[in-house]
Design a protein. Structure first.
Length: 255
């Protein structure tokens, strides 16, 4: 049986994810923006928290780690390259490492760009990838530390996963991302339909995360730097993919 994934709303617009396996009885968490809503979900389900997976060091992804570890005795896993600015790690991982979480293999992917040392976790058994602030619903994270080339490489790696992969990203930014996406890909009918659906969901306070990789490849401009319609609209037909991506990211920063 595939693990269960539970989406937890934290702070004002963050998401954390609980992964639970009925066979092993184990539960893992991806990111800990704050402890209280995660504790509430665990208590409601009657689950212990065995493992905490950290994607990157930003406070809105790690502030609940120490409280949760103290309460549940959780093992904390995070990026080796980021260890100096993360909560204390029990296991430090890097690109290509494979670990076992709730009884299932998980692949570590370096997705530097938003930060240097940001990692994603891919769990084939759940058909899910936990991307935090790298690939996001209709967007990608702002380049606080990395370069456009790094982020494009990171997104390109994620784009090679199966199309039915569930993308569990870190924030409820989708409605604003959709408004921007339409400014660089205005002829995309799938994008128009998704933007309408996102606006309707947010009007009744429904989450738009997670999404699927197929949706993102069809509508997310940050995965679509090679698309001829976007290139033509930006007058960048002869540019490299990285140059087109960088232009889209610059426009989003100023949107």
């Amino acid at each position: 049986m595939a693990p269960t994934i539970l989406t937890i709303t934290c702070r004002t617009d963050n998401y954390a994810f609980l992964i639970h396996d009925e066979d092993t009885g184990e539960t893992a968490l991806v990111d800990a923006p704050e402890a209280a809503p995660i504790i509430a979900a665990l208590e409601e389900k009657g689950w212990n928290l065995d493992t905490i997976l950290i994607t990157h060091h930003h406070p809105d992804h790690v502030e609940g780690v120490d409280e949760l570890r103290q309460r549940y005795g959780s093992k904390v896993v995070g990026g080796k390259a980021d260890a100096h600015r993360l909560p204390a790690l029990d296991v430090a991982v890097a690109e290509g490492d494979k670990i076992t979480v709730t009884g299932h293999p998980v692949q570590v992917i370096d997705v530097s760009g938003h930060t240097v040392g940001h990692i994603a976790f891919y769990m084939p058994a759940a058909s899910a990838v936990f991307t935090a602030d790298s690939l996001m619903a209709l967007g990608c994270g702002r380049l606080f530390e990395g370069t456009a080339a790094q982020m494009w490489e990171s997104l390109s790696k994620l784009a090679t996963l199966p199309d039915d992969t569930t993308v569990c990203s870190g924030h409820e930014y989708t409605e604003a991302n959709a408004r921007f996406a339409l400014t660089v890909d205005p002829g995309n009918e799938a994008l128009k339909a998704r933007a309408h659906a996102v606006a309707a969901a947010r009007a009744v306070h429904e989450p738009t995360v997670p999404s699927t990789l197929a949706e993102e490849k069809e509508t997310n401009p940050f995965l679509r730097a090679a698309d001829p319609d976007i290139r033509a609209y930006l007058d960048m037909e002869d540019a490299t993919d990285v140059e087109v991506f960088a232009e889209i990211r610059k426009r989003k920063d100023n949107f």
